[in-house]
Design a protein around this ligand. Structure first.
Ligand SMILES: *[C@@H]1O[C@H](CO)[C@@H](O)[C@H](O)[C@H]1NC(C)=O
Ligand SMILES: *[C@@H]1O[C@H](CO)[C@@H](O)[C@H](O)[C@H]1NC(C)=O
Ligand SMILES: *[C@@H]1O[C@H](CO)[C@@H](O)[C@H](O)[C@H]1NC(C)=O
Ligand SMILES: *[C@@H]1O[C@H](CO)[C@@H](O)[C@H](O)[C@H]1NC(C)=O
Length: 319
C-alpha cells in the first residue's frame, strides 16, 4: 500500500478526530451518569489506541478511579490448612479475574496450625501470596468458626491510616463455589453499603430475601454488620449449628440486614444433579455452587470462556 503524503494524512486526521469526538459525545448523552467522565476518557482512549497516529493522549489513567467509587470486597473462604491443592486451584481461578471498578481480595481462612510441616508450608504460602488468615481457634465447621472469622475482622483490618471501612463488603464463600467477579461487582453497584445482607435465599424455592437466610455458598454483608457481629451479644449466645442458618438467625434476632438482596438466579447450584436449587449455566451468573469434582469445574470454566483471553505465543500451542 502506498503511504499517503503528509498533507493528505493531516486532512484525514482532523475529520476522523472530530468523528471520534462526536461518537464520544453521543455515548455521553446516552449514558449521563456520574462516571460518564471516566467513560469519556476510556472512549477516547479506545479510539486513539486503535489509531496508528500518535494523537495526543488526553486520557485520564483508568487507575485514577482508585477512589471513593471503587468497591472494596473481601471474600473469605474457610478451608483447612492442609488443603494446599484447593488453594492453589482457587488462586488460579480468581487470580485471572480482574474486576472493573472494584478491589476484591480473596483470603483463605483457617484456625490454628497443628502440624510442624504446616508451619513451614503455610508460612511460605503467605510469603508468596499473602492471602491467608489464621484465626485464633481450633478447627471446626459448625462450632463458631464463622463467628470467629467475622468478629476478628475489625481488629485485623483496623489500619488507622487506611481507608474506612477497610472493605465495604465481606463475603463468606465456599471453596466449591465459582464466583464471577465482574458480575458480582455489577450487582453490588446499585446496592446500599450499609446494613446489607446479600446472597442466595434459602429455601431454594423462595425469592423473598427476608424469608429465612442466605445460603453458605456465598453470602455478603456490609462492614457495619461485621462491626455489629463483633460487638453484639446475640452472636456470642448462639453460634453452633449450620453456619449459614445461624448467621441468618443473628440477622433476624438483631434486626440487622434491613437491606437485603436475593441474587437468585444469578447464584445457583450446578445443574447436576437437578433440584429446586439448580439452574442451567447461563451468562447472567455471579456464582455457581457445588462444584464437587474436576469435571464440573471444567465444564463451568469452559462455559464462561475463561481461557479466551489467552495470548498467543510461540511458547505454546493450545487448540
Ligand atoms: C497509570 O496506570 C498504570 C497501571 O495502573 C500505572 O502503572 C501508572 O503509573 C499510571 N500512570 C499515571 C500517570 O498515573
Ligand atoms: C492459637 O494459637 C495461638 C498462638 O500460638 C495461641 O495463643 C492460642 O491459644 C491458640 N488458640 C487455640 C484456640 O488453640
Ligand atoms: C500511619 O502514618 C504515620 C505517618 O505517616 C506513621 O508514622 C505511622 O507509622 C502509620 N501507622 C501505621 C499503623 O501504619
Ligand atoms: C463464549 O464464547 C462463545 C463463542 O465466542 C459465545 O458464543 C458465548 O456466548 C460465550 N459465552 C459466554 C457465557 O460469554
Amino acid at each position: 500500500m502506498m503511504k499517503p503524503s503528509k498533507p493528505e494524512r493531516r486532512r484525514f486526521i482532523l475529520p476522523s478526530f472530530l468523528f471520534i469526538l462526536f461518537l464520544c459525545v453521543l455515548a455521553l448523552i446516552v449514558e449521563v451518569r456520574l462516571d460518564s467522565l471516566l467513560k469519556f476518557g476510556q472512549c477516547v482512549n479506545s479510539f486513539s489506541s486503535s489509531q496508528s497516529y500518535n494523537s495526543p493522549t488526553m486520557v485520564a489513567n483508568s487507575s485514577s478511579s482508585d477512589n471513593d467509587d471503587e468497591i472494596r470486597i473481601l471474600i473469605g473462604i474457610p478451608t483447612l490448612a492442609d488443603q494446599y491443592q484447593r488453594r492453589h486451584f482457587l488462586r488460579l481461578i480468581y487470580g485471572t479475574q480482574s474486576p472493573v471498578g472494584a478491589k476484591i481480595d480473596v483470603k483463605f481462612v483457617f484456625c490454628n496450625l497443628t502440624k510442624e510441616d504446616q508451619k513451614v508450608l503455610v508460612a511460605l504460602e503467605i510469603m508468596r501470596y499473602d492471602d491467608i488468615i489464621i484465626l485464633n481457634c481450633k478447627e471446626n465447621m459448625n462450632k463458631g468458626k464463622t463467628l470467629t472469622f467475622f468478629s476478628s475482622l475489625p481488629e485485623i483490618f483496623n489500619d488507622k491510616n487506611g481507608s474506612y471501612p477497610p472493605y465495604h463488603y465481606i463475603m463468606k464463600g465456599d471453596d466449591d463455589t465459582y464466583f464471577r467477579f465482574n458480575n458480582l461487582v455489577e450487582s453490588l453497584k446499585p446496592l446500599p453499603r450499609e446494613d446489607l445482607y446479600y446472597g442466595y435465599v434459602i429455601p431454594c424455592s423462595s425469592m423473598d430475601p427476608f424469608k429465612h437466610y442466605m445460603s453458605g455458598m456465598g453470602y455478603l454483608v456490609s462492614w457495619d454488620i461485621v462491626e455489629w457481629i463483633r460487638e453484639s451479644d446475640i452472636p456470642k449466645k448462639q453460634f453452633e449449628g449450620p453456619e449459614d442458618k445461624v448467621f441468618g438467625d443473628w440477622m433476624r434476632n438483631g434486626k440487622r440486614g434491613k437491606n437485603r438482596f436475593n441474587a437468585k438466579w444469578s447464584m445457583y447450584n450446578y445443574p447436576e444433579p437437578p433440584s429446586t436449587c439448580t439452574h442451567e449455566l447461563w451468562p447472567d451468573t455471579i456464582a455457581v455452587h457445588l462444584l464437587k469434582n474436576q469435571e464440573k469445574w471444567i465444564r463451568t470454566l469452559k462455559y464462561f470462556n475463561v481461557t479466551h483471553d489467552l495470548k498467543p505465543s510461540k511458547m505454546y500451542h493450545i487448540a
